[in-house]
Every structure is written in structure tokens, then in C-alpha cells.
Unconditional design. Sequence first.
Length: 390
Amino acid sequence: MNEGLHPALAVGVQIEIALVRWAMHDHPSAIVALADALDAVEPLDPASSRKNERAHQFTRASIGIFWNKLDPYFLGQSRNIAFGQASALTGDEPLLGVDLTPLARSWRLLALCEIEIGLDLGIERRSVTKQTGPGLALIEMFIARARYARAVANKDFSAAFRLGLLAISAFGALQESRAVEGDEASIDLGQLESNNLRMLPEGGLPDIVRTIPVDLLVWHRFRDDWDAELVSRIERACVAAWGDSASISDILRAASGHTVDGEPVAIVALAASLASPPDLRGNPRARFERDLLLIFHAAHSLARRVLEPLLVAEIVEGWSIVSKSESFALRAPMQHTPAIEAAISDTKSSGLRGAARLMLAASPAVRTSLTENWIQLMRQISGDESLPSP
């Protein structure tokens, strides 16, 4: 086929290649193929023919589909492009007049996919050259969060503290920009990153900044990679990035196994539970108390995309053991076990949403009366405000 004579069709074929590679779970090659399709579609005027307009549509749609499919617990309406659809021949059909988003945004969304799979394919660098100004605030915020999550998964402590603050700054900038510009709000991540991020902890940041060291603790505990120097290394990285570790000193103390004065807040209690994990065999109540803290933390974590699969596997395995072998330790097991088993099954496909429903189902069985505040938090995480109180 002469690509010069049929450029729109050539773009369609390139998209087909990307879709096939994705279906074969060759995500890196699929993403690179879509990047090449983006380059090929750029010179085509979408207003000159239905062929060109269609090529632009399918290129953008494919990137969005890839991004959604990277979420292991995506619950929205799943869209797909059937094989052969992107490269189907068209005649002289009239234009649809589709409102196409700028290609620069599609490049950034594809860069986000690259970060999510944890590889450097050169896509983000290519995407930067396509920008003519600040990017869409929502996409840039997701990119900042993905970079941070990747640093957590890569055990890069220094990068985690720096990129965690950048992600928080991006979220704040998104909120401020949206108040003025609405959904078209824009931010410049490069400009945010060039700011003196070390000063941010002194600027009254919300408590979410304290989730950064706990993300690292959670990752290492459930990857079986906790060692005697872990807390010290986290503290040194915090000092290097922020100037001092005063804002997280109680978390570090709890994670070291030391007693913290007063009634610990949830995040400190979680750090303490991670320091010396108890033997949960035959003790579903202790499992419940730990998992409640894990679910609450992960649901609000900037690194949720990497923590969620890790924790969901732990929660599903633990409660499966409870339902099969430890029902003797439950109150009225014949009454409560069916609801627990249904929630376990749900958790496998819906992630933390299902895990929150599992906590509500297990609460009466482990003789724990959740406060109204905890009930509302679990309902919010589950996405179902109508769930009955335990």
C-alpha cells in the first residue's frame, strides 16, 4: 500500500497494530505504535475529509481506552474498538463535525500510559515536544501522581518525597485553576517542579503529605522487603527532600516500634501495625482492625494505583482463610459468613471498593461496632452510600 496516497488508511492500520499488540499484552509495543499513529495523523486535516476525521477520532479513542484498561479495577463503562474498525475503508461520507481534543493532550495521556507501565519508551519526552503551553490540569495532575506512585514502587525514597509534594502541588494547582477556568484549566508541571518544593511542608499542607512515608512503609511490608534500616533510610530521604522530618516524626517513631504519646491517629496506628505485624491466624478481629486502616489509607493515597492490587491480594487471601478455616472465631458465623464471602468475591474484581464493603459485612462478625464516622468512610470508599449499617 502506498502510504502517501492513503495516509488516513495508513493511520488506521497503525492503530490496528497497536490494538493487536495490546490484546497480546505487549503493552510497550502497543504504546509505541500509538505514538507513531499520533505522529502520522498530525499532518492530516480532519476537516478535509471523513477519512481524515475518522483517523483522528480512532487515534484519540485508542489512547483513552488504553488508559482505562490499565486500571485493574476500572468500574466505568468499558469501551472497545473492534479489530478492523479503525482501518475500515470509507467513501465520500460527509463530515461529522466531531469536536476533537488537541493532539497535544493525547500525547500527554499516552505519556501517562507509559509511566503507568513503569517503562521509559521515550513517549513522555516526545509528548513534551508537542506542547505549546501549559497542559490540561487534570491530565498533568494524573501524570504527577503516576510519577510519584512509580517512585514508591521503585523504592526510590528521595524521588518519592520530592514527587509526592509535586503531586500534591499539582492537585492544589488543579483546584485553583478550575475555580477560574473550569474543565479547561491548565497547569505547567515543569513550572511547579522548578519551585522550591522543600518549603512546601512549612506552608500548611494538608495531612495528605504525611501519607508519603506510610506509602513506602506499606509497599515494603507487603512486598516482604522490610529491613532494620528501612525507617532510617526513609527519614534520611525525607530530610534530604524537605530539610527536616519533624512533620512525620510520630509516624517514624511508630514504625520503629516505639510508643507514641496519646491516642494515635489512624495513620500513626497503621505505621505501628506495620512495624511489628501481629500473627493474625485465628484472630479475625485483629485482621479486621488492620485491614480497616489499610483500606482507609490506600483509598486516599497518591500511590493508590500501585498499592491497591498489592493490598487487595492480601485482604482477599486473609479473609478467604477466615471464611474457610476460622469461622469458629466469628460471632454467629452461619449468619455472617455468606455476606463476608460475597464481599470477598466482589473485592477480587472491584478492589478497594469491594474491600470497604467487606469491612461493613465483617464488622458484626468480629464483634466490632464501627463508629458512624468509620461507617461513612467505608461507604464513601465503596461508592455506595446506601449500604446498610453493620
